[in-house]
Design a protein around this ligand. Structure first.
Ligand code: KG4
Ligand code: ZN
Length: 330
């Protein structure tokens, strides 16, 4: 079965074509048209600007995806219904519905958070779904979400905890803006940390680890951003040292809480997903403590392939009318 998959939930226009057989996948094309340059000017994503770009990009990205896959045929369309920026979601949904009508191909709505989890099951680069042991705890860390989810199998999820304010990626982005490092903040901060390692540690800065010892699985990152803001306004600081401490504070909280959930629920696997899971230091420090399952970096950030995989697992849920749901829960 060939699947065309579309994601326009945030600022990337993503279309992929994959071939699925018995829960094994082959990516035929996976195009991500990034709007980073456009949004970098503003230090964040502007939904109506992003919507306009999706509208403009979708036909080109679609053609490119088909060209790269060397084929025009597909049997199923998967499209992100939520969560995400509502005006952006509608662009992908409308495009998918037009294709569905034109070619008489069924369409499946996809939950973007579930897709970040199932990005791990694209066969060929990690373990296949058949070899993953459940229950698992999933840490989904992106620009819009930070959630700990108990997963007993595909389609069986329970949110254990989530952020009460900013997401981890949002914290990276907001701190980068405060430090004048541009958007997206995560990669910019990580690059500055690399600089810090070769510098003198006398610049070391101390920041809080919000909620780390609370007896729940929730997070809070807005206080961390505020702590950076106070320091920047009130004292002399070294930028690379600030980046290193912010990154480490986020990593400490994410790892501590995930391992606590893993222990409390006696899980057999820990699964990571979402843009922040692309962070090398986070991956390294996690792997020092647990044999985690995490996609290659390019499949941590938004992409169409993960939407295709998710659509395949829910292929029986095809429908005609899809609605954008900005706050859709897993
Ligand atoms: O999953 P994603 O591509 O989009 C959403 O669904 O939100 O995640 C984007 C987020 C941004 O906040 C970005 O700063 C962060 O992921 N990010 C990173 C890294 N690469 C992307 N954060 C830390 N380190 C990275 N290497
Ligand atoms: Zn995402």
């Amino acid at each position: 079965m060939k699947i065309l998959a579309i994601d326009t939930s945030c600022d990337d226009t993503c279309i992929a074509l994959l071939e699925a057989k018995d829960s094994y996948f082959k990516i035929l094309s996976n195009i991500v048209s990034s709007q980073v340059k456009l949004h970098a000017k503003y230090g964040g994503v502007y939904p109506f600007l992003a919507k306009r770009e999706h509208q403009k990009n979708l036909p080109f990205v679609f053609k490119k995806a088909l060209r790269q896959a060397q084929g025009k045929q597909f049997d199923l369309i998967g499209v992100t219904a939520g969560p995400g920026l509502e005006p952006c979601l509608w662009q992908g949904i409308n495009f998918a519905q037009d294709l569905s009508e034109k070619f008489k191909i069924p369409i499946v709505p996809v939950n973007h958070i579930e897709a970040h989890i199932l990005a791990n099951f694209i066969d060929g680069f990690t373990k296949s779904i058949k070899s993953i042991k459940f229950p698992a705890v999933c840490l989904i860390v992106s620009g819009g979400h930070t959630q700990l989810i108990l997963m007993k199998g595909i389609g069986d999820y329970k949110i254990l905890g989530e952020t009460r304010d900013d997401a981890a990626g949002e914290c990276f982005d907001k701190v980068a803006r405060i430090l004048g490092l541009g958007y997206p903040g995560g990669p910019a901060i990580a690059a500055n940390v690399a600089k810090y390692k070769i510098q003198n540690t006398r610049y070391k800065i101390q920041l809080p680890r919000p909620m780390i010892h609370q007896k729940n699985y929730d997070f809070s990152f807005s206080g961390l951003k505020t702590a950076v803001l106070y320091k920047v306004r009130s004292e002399k600081y070294n930028k690379a040292a600030m980046c290193a401490e912010v990154q480490q504070a986020i990593i400490d909280v994410l790892i501590y809480k995930t391992l606590k959930a893993a222990k409390d629920f006696r899980v057999k696997s820990i699964i990571l997903g979402g843009g922040v899971a692309a962070n090398n230091e986070l991956r390294k420090q996690f792997k020092n403590k647990f044999d985690i399952i995490v996609p290659p970096e390019e499949f941590c950030t938004d992409n169409g392939a993960m939407i295709g995989v998710t659509a395949y697992f829910h292929r029986l849920k095809k429908t005609k009318e899809i609605k954008a749901e900005a706050n859709l829960k897993i």
